[in-house]
Design a protein around this ligand. Structure first.
Ligand SMILES: Cc1cc2nc3c(=O)[nH]c(=O)nc-3n(C[C@H](O)[C@H](O)[C@H](O)COP(=O)(O)O)c2cc1C
Length: 331
């Protein structure tokens, strides 16, 4: 199981997620069994601004903060300025095991500078960038995309074929358009069409929140890898379940609860996350910790009662005490 020369232990990755994938969260998912963890998108323009302001080492520490225990690490880049992208690559490549380029980003600030999903609307510009990036990157190089801009311009299949010719090593497909955002189900039949049309590995991203859905995704799309986003944000131990399924290959039972969490596992994840946060982050940001707390507690039986209390907590110790009260459906 590999992408170019990068050997991977299992087919499950942590998806890039802005404001979620801090180093401690990446490490937690790694420890739970993700074979590859992605940083959130590093905007090459912002990165190079920070390099000018602070120097290379500090810019890396501030915007990526890599940790040896999370290796292999995939660093995701965004932006459209070829020179800035190439300068960023020259600096980050030594710490990356894989470099991913994001052409699915729907955010107005990125579209405004002709990056992210704008490039799916303007494939000629995209191909120009990819040609340059392919020359600049020696590590495995992947591209993450959507199905297209809107329902009238679904062009992921055409783009995938071209990116294979241009030498991209694997493709991630989040099969929704930019206009769809998270509406509707992601288009797994499109992922299958792409898989059948190219010879590079396909990573599916979208709507896998348990091992039953992972099994379905493999069966329906024949994808090589699956990237987990929201399912991991709310439940890092999803990687434990996914690995159990992968090792036994037994068809999992369809869960009745979308996140299928287990109280003891979530508490264990929360405790470990707080420990990691203290150990590896350069900041002490209570609101960031509260975000993770709310995600971990999502869907718990006593969510309503606890949410307000989490938000009012004054420190980590209070958060911790409150989190001990969380309980999920008894299975
Ligand atoms: C909070 C959040 C932040 C995200 N940030 C990024 C990002 O920085 N780069 C990216 O390519 N995708 C980003 N995504 C999209 C996910 O990587 C993924 O493609 C999408 O959520 C579908 O997968 P899921 O159903 O497993 O969540 C983000 C998603 C979420 C929920």
């Amino acid at each position: 199981m590999r992408i170019k020369n990068l050997e991977l232990d299992n087919p499950f990755f942590l998806a890039p997620m802005e404001a979620v994938n801090c180093t401690s969260f990446r490490l937690l998912c790694k420890k739970r069994g993700a074979s590859l963890v992605f940083t959130d998108m590093v905007d090459a323009d912002i990165f190079m601004e920070k390099v000018s302001e602070l120097g290379k080492e500090k810019a890396i520490k501030l915007l990526i903060n890599p940790h040896p225990e999370e290796k292999p690490l995939a660093i995701q880049l965004g932006g459209a300025n070829i020179e800035t992208l190439k300068k960023t690559i020259a600096i980050i490549e030594p710490i990356a095991d894989l470099i991913d380029y994001n052409i699915g980003c729907p955010l107005p600030y990125m579209l405004g500078k002709k990056g992210g999903c704008y490039l799916m609307k303007h494939p000629d510009q995209l191909y120009k960038i990819i040609k340059e990036l392919r020359i600049a990157i020696t590590k495995p190089f992947t591209v993450k995309m959507r199905s297209g801009w809107d329902k009238n311009s679904i062009n992921a299949l055409k783009i995938a074929k071209e990116l294979e010719i241009l030498g991209v090593d694997a493709l991630t497909i989040h099969a929704r358009t930019r206009v769809q955002k998270y509406q509707d189900k992601s288009d797994w039949p499109l992922v299958r069409k792409i898989k059948e049309s190219v010879n590079i590995p396909i990573i599916l991203s979208g709507d896998v929140t348990n091992s039953y859905l992972a099994h379905m995704a493999f069966a329906h799309t024949k994808c090589d890898f699956i990237m987990i986003g929201r399912g991991a944000k709310n439940n890092p131990s999803i990687f434990v379940d996914l690995n159990n399924y992968w090792k036994t290959k037994k068809q999992p039972i369809k869960p009745t609860n979308i996140y299928d969490k287990k109280t003891d596992m979530v508490k264990r994840d929360f405790k470990y996350f707080i420990e990691l946060y203290e150990r590896v982050e350069n900041r002490n940001n209570l609101s960031e910790l509260k975000d993770h707390t709310l995600w971990f507690a999502r869907e718990c039986q006593n969510n309503k009662e606890l949410t307000q209390k989490f938000l009012l907590a004054k420190n980590k110790v209070q958060l911790h005490k409150l989190f001990n009260k969380v309980y999920f459906r008894i299975k």
